[in-house]
Design a protein around this ligand. Sequence first.
Ligand SMILES: [Zn+2]
Length: 144
Amino acid sequence: MTTPKWADEIINQICTEYQIVRPPVNWRRSHRKNGGVIITQSGERIQSFRPKNMQSSGVMHTNRLTGLKWITITAGQDRRDQKLVLLHEMAHVLAPVKEHHGEEFWKIAWKLYRQFKVPINYAKSREYEYRKLSKVVYKQLNTI
Ligand SMILES: [Zn+2]
């Protein structure tokens, strides 16, 4: 599946602004639209999660030899959530490789969320549960 146009535009805008080479993006749909089903040893089928709760997820990969970065986005149902995940991964592309979820990473991530108008309360609830440092940096940025 190709990257949606709105996502392409965000990626291009970030790359232009930060003067980086556009990373390859592997955009795919979650294949678990109907929810996850686990089959127990006794053959019982259990619904492991509700289909409407499918969140997007992303990974940034780095080629250790070339340093080339690329990202994979597994898109859930919610556009807002897809955007948050895309920006999160783009923040990884912009942050120093060793940074991962460090302070510098979160500064970039919050900047992107604001710039591209991710609803801030949504970003907070999604990222706070994810990493405590995210909250620390958000508060620092808002007391300067
Ligand atoms: Zn991350």
